[in-house]
Design a protein around this ligand. Structure first.
Ligand SMILES: Cc1cc2nc3c(=O)[nH]c(=O)nc-3n(C[C@H](O)[C@H](O)[C@H](O)COP(=O)(O)OP(=O)(O)OC[C@H]3O[C@@H](n4cnc5c(N)ncnc54)[C@H](O)[C@@H]3O)c2cc1C
Length: 368
């Protein structure tokens, strides 16, 4: 790798969105480079050992890490360059600043797709910085990627899909999960995941929260309490548990630093996880030639990340001069599939949130 590399399409992030974008762009004949900071491509999928739901075209019934392996193999077979251990630390017009294995260099592309994913949210309470308190995603990385059990007696905070799935995976890894604490009155994740951990004897306490974590130098005890209708702890309902691990599964936030740095315009959407870059229905941001796909464009699922990646990859290829009538048809088909994915009982709220982001982009575009 020299000091200044050049390609048609650069994709930052090798998760489902980035790999799908790369495959789509490559099929048009464009040169494509994927940059990912990890030692292997796949993003979140690499640590997901459970079988996915959904349709066959979105890999339903397959385990996440297998989907990652298949996507990466398809990229390699078709001539996509996969740069692992490569961190994109900055973006300057159409040039990325990259550090790979101790060497800094630049990569200039005609079009760039940001597919950087999302980061875990934290929760502040007394003792939250004690060793042993960690994000559920971090715990999942420990057990499923590094085969290390970071704690033996665990409490989970958050009964969304991440909290439920990681609780089950901690049980599989040999930990004792004492319970799941959820502030909302209802479980947010799929009933099938909740049923699985309940069958394994793990209680789920809705309308409960963590009051504090205690320990000398590391986590030893966690105190939880029930919440009233106004979300206030009910005096006298406190319970303390001796644990060495507290996992926080309290949502994800789109990882948007590069998009901010590039000067993209943003809109806040609580449903999409925070500030997301305005984008067109082809996933192009307000910076021409800069596209987004996957969780960075709003936290969702691997299935939607795959379709958004496909759309962004095709649109980026067209921007870079590899457009064709067939490609336009493919983009329309990807948009249809995205609409279908967002039309179910869980997806429709998100569909409106996405439409709002596209409307924001159209308003910006009209005012230019
Ligand atoms: C526990 C859990 C269970 C899930 N289960 C399911 C499920 O059953 N079905 C489903 O559809 N979805 C599921 N999901 C959601 C799904 O995994 C994500 O929505 C999906 O991975 C998002 O894809 P992405 O490509 O946008 O981001 P990611 O998969 O997060 O990939 C982004 C990649 O970009 C890299 N990166 C970020 N910034 C940089 C940078 N500056 N330079 C270089 N590399 C960078 C990251 O390290 C990462 O490898 C689950 C998620 C979790 C956490």
């Amino acid at each position: 790798m020299a000091g200044a590399e050049v390609t048609d399409i650069a994709v930052v992030g090798g998760g489902p969105a980035g790999l799908s974008a790369a495959l789509a762009a490559r099929q048009t004949g464009a040169e494509v480079v994927v940059v990912d900071e990890n030692s292997a491509p796949g993003g979140q999928l690499r640590k997901q050992i459970h079988k996915f739901f959904g349709s066959k075209e979105h890999h339903a019934g397959q385990r996440g890490f297998r989907i990652a392996e298949e996507l990466a193999a398809a990229c390699r077979d078709r001539g996509v360059e996969l740069w692992t251990d490569a961190l994109a630390y900055g973006i300057f017009d159409h040039t990325l600043g990259i550090v790979r294995r101790g060497t800094a260099f630049t990569l200039t592309a005609r079009a760039i797709v940001l597919a950087t994913g999302a980061s875990e949210n934290a929760l502040a309470f007394p003792g939250w910085t004690l060793p042993g308190v960690m994000g559920a995603g971090a715990a999942q990385t420990f057990i499923n990627l590094h085969r290390v059990l970071p704690g033996r007696r665990v409490l989970m905070v958050g009964a969304g899909n991440v909290g439920l799935i990681v609780s089950y995976q901690l049980l599989q890894a040999g930990a004792e999960v004492l319970g799941v604490v959820e502030a909302a009155p209802r479980i947010g994740g799929y009933a099938v995941h909740a049923a699985k951990i309940r069958r394994a004897g793990v209680p789920i306490w809705t309308r409960h929260t963590v009051l504090r974590a205690d320990g000398r130098g590391q986590l030893e005890e966690v105190t939880i309490a029930a919440l009233d209708e106004n979300g206030r702890p009910i005096p006298g309902s406190e319970r303390a548990f001796a644990v060495d691990m507290l996992c926080l599964a309290v949502g994800l936030t789109p990882l948007t630093e590069l998009a901010w740095q590039a000067g993209c315009r943003f809109e806040y959407s609580a449903l999409l996880g925070g500030h997301v870059p305005l984008h067109s229905e082809d996933m192009e941001t307000t910076v021409p030639g800069l596209f987004v796909a996957g969780d960075v464009a709003g936290v969702e699922e691997a299935s939607t990340a795959l379709e958004e990646g496909r759309l962004a990859g095709l649109a980026a290829a067209a921007y870079a001069g590899h457009g064709s009538p067939a490609l336009e048809k493919e983009k329309a088909a990807a948009r249809e599939r995205l609409l279908a994915l967002r039309s179910g009982p869980f997806g429709s709220g998100r569909r409106h949130a996405y439409e709002e982001i596209v409307r924001g982009w159209l308003r910006w575009s009209g005012a230019r």
